[in-house]
Design a protein around this ligand. Structure first.
Ligand code: HEM
Length: 436
């Protein structure tokens, strides 16, 4: 007979809300937890630490992302934020979700995102021009922050001059997932949603008159089995792309460069073959330091897993950080050459399965490396995984072709691991490659 999860004895406790949980202390905490088993208790529920368990809770139809639970807990009962929460694709399930995903996914297949690569390269070139001479920069301000918002502005068909505004809106709206900030800054978040709706509404009107080669024009034209998006659905999907696609890529790029700057031999390996190894370097950064180290699920019905009964309404955190290390030899080591010699396996998943929306499975088949859980798994598998990978690959290949030596120029300033795990600051020093 299955044991009730609340009756499990001696579960280690994990305080996910600890504000000091980042950097080396975070790694040590997670390694110690994983050493004690596949599950730990948290102040609000449980966290699962193993790849197979993580995959199970992300994929089961008995669980949902607890977005509307947050609305309920914080008494968000009216206003633009409630409207946004109700329409967020991550909060929708079943047929409603399937329908929207079917209409938007064609814009984010590996092939569809290829056409944004030239724009990415031109943004990198102009950001590089601003720091090249100095031989040092604060990477977050100089590259990581402007680059994804310029890319998303291009994808959306917005003016590049609006990229800083888009960044700010994205940043505020994203904070709905950070409970303390949601509590203290709700009016600012509400205003950001309202301003974005007005902005995207105008853009939609313009694109209706003059279609272009952008996401909004594509969504206006999108049709599947005679079904079309309403204006409200369309604006909300664009909002989801904006809030999903800015802080995330920014943070992952900053961590990737922090890791590479901290290990001269890894940078030298990337420099020896920037175009060839950028894909593998991106996969390893996503595996080793996922900027979504946790996501959450709430059970909508009772679930039995591994002889344990989880009652309805249990909150389960899923740790991609821990799951990504499962079954990986020396998984605690950052190694971009991992997989070389096994058919370039580390980079092979770079082409991903995002388009199908059914990402990571439990373990890799036919000798392939186990799939990452950084982009989630199941029907809510990250819509922008191919776009994020392309941005990160372009950035690493671009910088590795131009920077000979790369070092930390001071201590990185870490943000918290709750929500999107970013860096507030990353001071770097570099020497420019002779052929540059
Ligand atoms: C390194 C960068 C990124 C990471 C690590 C990341 C991570 C994730 C994760 C873990 C999920 C699933 C959450 C869950 O199931 O609980 C997700 C969903 C999503 N992501 Fe990303 N993301 C990234 C970049 C992007 C980009 C560039 C976009 C822009 C298109 C984007 C848009 C979305 C959307 C719209 C969803 C919801 C999908 C759905 O509910 O069907 N993400 N992302």
């Amino acid at each position: 007979m299955a044991t009730l999860v609340t009756d499990l004895r001696d579960l280690p406790a994990f305080d996910y809300t600890d504000a000091e949980l980042h950097g080396p202390r975070f790694h040590a905490t997670m390694a110690a937890l994983r050493g004690r088993g596949w599950i730990a208790s948290t102040p609000l529920g449980y966290v699962v630490l193993e790849r197979e368990a993580a995959s199970f809770f992300l994929r089961t139809r008995s669980a949902e992302f607890p977005g509307m639970k947050i609305a309920e807990l914080f008494a968000i009962e009216e206003g633009p934020l409630l409207e946004e929460m109700r329409r967020n694709i991550l909060h929708l399930n079943g047929d409603q979700h399937r329908r929207l995903r079917g209409l938007v996914s064609p814009a984010f297949t590996p092939r569809a995102v290829e056409r944004w690569r030239p724009a990415m390269r031109s943004f990198l070139a102009s950001l590089w021009d601003d720091v090249r001479e100095a031989g040092r920069c604060e990477l977050v301000t100089a590259f990581a922050k402007p680059y994804p918002s310029l890319t998303i502005a291009t994808v959306m068909g917005a003016s590049l001059a609006d990229a800083p505004r888009l960044h700010e809106w994205s940043n505020w709206i994203q904070r709905q997932f950070d409970p303390p900030v949601l509590m203290s800054e709700r009016p600012r978040i509400e205003r950001a949603v309202e301003e974005f709706y007005a902005y995207a509404g105008e853009l939609l009107e313009r694109r209706r008159r003059t279609p272009g080669d952008d996401l909004i024009s594509q969504l206006i034209a999108a049709e599947s089995e005679g079904d079309r998006l309403s204006d409200v659905e369309l604006v909300n999907l664009v909002l989801n792309v904006l809030i999903g696609g800015v802080d995330t890529t920014q943070s992952q790029l900053a961590h990737a460069l922090r890791l590479l700057a901290g290990e001269p031999s890894q940078w030298a390996a990337l420099r020896a073959d920037p175009a060839g190894l950028a894909g593998a370097a991106v996969e390893e950064a996503l595996r080793f330091e996922p900027i979504t180290p946790f996501t959450a699920r709430i059970l909508v019905e009772q679930v039995e897993y591994r002889d344990v009964t989880f009652p309805k309404d249990t909150i389960v955190l899923v740790s991609s950080f821990s799951a990504n290390r499962d079954g990986i030899a020396n998984g605690e080591r950052f190694d971009i050459t991992r997989g070389a010699g096994a058919g370039g396996a580390a980079g092979a998943s770079g082409t991903g399965t995002g388009a199908s929306g059914t990402g990571a499975s439990g373990t890799g088949a036919s000798g392939a490396p186990p799939r990452l859980l950084t982009f989630g798994a199941g029907v809510h598998y990250c819509l922008g995984a191919n776009l994020a990978r392309a941005e990160l690959q372009e950035a690493l290949a671009f910088l590795a072709a131009r920077i000979e030596t790369l070092e930390l120029d001071g201590e990185p300033v870490y943000e918290g691991v709750q929500g999107v795990y970013g860096l507030a600051s990353l001071p770097l020093r570099f020497s420019v490659a002779p052929q540059e």
